[in-house]
Write a protein of this length. Structure first.
Length: 166
């Protein structure tokens, strides 16, 4: 699969945050029970994996973009862990994802996870503990590359992972 080496800008991050927000709103309308449990439990949204690493180093390249929404786990049940949406970035800046010719731009995977032991006022610390501990396959995979916050707004663009970044 071809990669784009175009730089990811703050404007691109804002677009990704908007796509994730729209997807969450749509999900909660279509799945009211999930919305009842999770619409008020979001504590972080992040660009993850290769796209986040490319944002940091400009060398990794972009195959697709992975945006994760992280929730404080509801006592009734975890967020549906297999739930993933694929949407069009909507701009041709990074080219197209192979096999998605109907898209204008790259594919964006929108994924959600719920977590226990969340400190809602410390999303950076919460996510770093999750990645450092590596108790799940998702945590181990995410820790292989990078994580950049898209939300909450006051932490927009903050580097969560790797930890050695300021």
């Amino acid at each position: 699969m071809s990669r784009s080496y175009e730089p990811i800008t703050k404007a691109d991050l804002r677009l990704l945050a908007e796509l994730a927000r729209n997807d969450r709103e749509d999900l909660f309308k279509r799945k009211p029970n999930t919305g009842r449990l999770y619409s008020d439990r979001l504590f972080a949204v992040a660009l993850c994996q290769g796209g986040a690493l490319h944002y940091l180093n400009g060398k990794n390249g972009v195959k697709d973009l992975d945006v994760w929404s992280f929730y404080t786990e509801h006592p009734e049940r975890p967020f549906p862990y297999r739930r993933r949406a694929e949407v069009d970035l909507g701009i041709p800046k990074f080219g197209k994802t192979e096999g998605y010719g109907h898209f204008v731009g790259r594919k964006v995977d929108l994924i959600g996870r719920s977590m226990q032991n969340v400190e809602p006022n410390d999303p950076v610390g919460t996510l770093r503990r999750y990645l450092r501990n590596g108790h799940t396959e998702s945590a181990r995979r995410l820790a292989e590359k990078a994580v950049i916050l898209l939300g909450p707004a006051h932490l927009f663009g903050a580097v969560v992972w790797p930890e050695e970044n300021p």
